[in-house]
Design a protein around this ligand. Structure first.
Ligand SMILES: [Zn+2]
Ligand SMILES: [Zn+2]
Length: 326
């Protein structure tokens, strides 16, 4: 990682908050305004992140009470995790803005009535994952709770709303697919966008089928890419890697990546197989539990995309395990 705290321009500072996964860091952006600071996606809550934020506040010249609001592109722990830490430490308790869908998902993942882990476990088993591997998912999922605690109190925002960030107003654009309720924020006069994990340079955002979530997330994700690919953007500030130009071109490249992956899957499905066997064929068998969860969700998202379009059919064996074939 180069310098973790870098100016993007005279108003915006990029803070690369460390992650204990192969992604290495998530980008937070601090936007200065006349009356205070807005933080976009403050990162995953770890001790290293707390230390980095103390340093970032000192170097940038603001304190916790100068934070006017925290804006979240989506509810994933690497973006959402520190929001509650900032909110509870500040004497002014700044609002934490997130979509309604994002708030509901955060509750179903880490709230008192958490049910996602068990539902994911049975989905993975039904899709051919062996019991030992599926068992390892449970502590892995529960392990996220301290990394997103304390939980923030959320103020809901939605598509089409003009959200104050620094001294400007950014148009919230609903871009579901990578995450249900994902929002990008576009500065329409300066053509700058905070694009969260919708469009990333160098790496492709994960698209996962999740229990109780979008029944065809890849379709939503591709629609979102087509839509944002029409926007005039001069500077994109993504959730991972570095700010970039060529936003529309990159959106098009990601669409083509998924078209190629769908084609590869159609070829592999010449014999019936479970999502888990297909996942091993696509991504290999050396993945950590964290990577395997993403790989499995991604494989399932592509399979339901094909099934929804009549390009794959499913059958269930006597044990209730689902297989796909052409
Ligand atoms: Zn994400
Ligand atoms: Zn992310």
């Amino acid at each position: 990682m180069r310098q973790p705290i870098q100016a993007v321009n005279d108003r915006i500072v990029q803070v690369k908050v460390p992650l204990p996964f192969p992604l290495r860091w998530v980008n937070s952006y601090v936007v200065r305004g006349q009356d205070g600071y807005t933080i976009i996606d403050p990162g995953l809550h770890t001790e290293e992140a707390e230390q980095l934020w103390e340093q970032a506040m000192q170097e940038t010249g603001f304190g916790i009470s100068d934070i006017e609001r925290i804006v979240l592109t989506h509810h994933h722990p690497d973006h959402y995790g520190m929001a509650g830490w900032f909110q509870t430490r500040s004497s002014v308790c700044p609002p934490v803005l997130l979509s309604r869908e994002g708030r509901e998902l955060a509750e179903s993942l880490w709230g008192e009535t958490e049910t996602m882990t068990e539902r994911m476990y049975s989905d993975f088993r039904m899709n051919g994952m062996d019991q030992e591997t599926a068992d390892a998912m449970i502590p892995h999922m529960k392990g996220f709770i301290p990394l997103v605690s304390p939980q923030p109190k959320i103020t809901c925002i939605q598509d089409g709303e003009l959200v104050p960030i620094g001294d400007r107003r950014y148009l919230a654009i609903h871009t579901p697919g990578h995450a249900t309720g994902h929002l990008c924020f576009l500065d329409e006069s300066n053509r700058e966008i905070f694009c969260g994990d919708q469009v990333l340079p160098q790496i492709t955002p994960n698209v996962s089928l999740l229990p109780g979530g979008d029944p065809d997330p890849l379709s939503s994700f591709l629609d979102s890419l087509q839509m944002v690919g029409q926007l005039q953007v001069t500077l994109a500030m993504p959730g991972h890697r570095d700010p970039f130009s060529g936003f529309a071109e990159r959106a098009g490249e990601i669409v083509r990546h998924h078209e190629a992956r769908l084609q590869q899957i159609r070829e592999l499905l010449s014999e019936p197989m479970t999502a888990f066997s297909l996942c091993r064929k696509l991504f290999g068998d050396k993945l950590s539990i964290h990577q395997l969860r993403f790989a499995m969700g991604e494989t399932m998202a592509h399979l339901v995309y094909l099934a929804q379009r009549g390009q794959a059919t499913t059958s269930v064996d006597t044990e209730g395990v689902l297989s796909y074939s052409l």
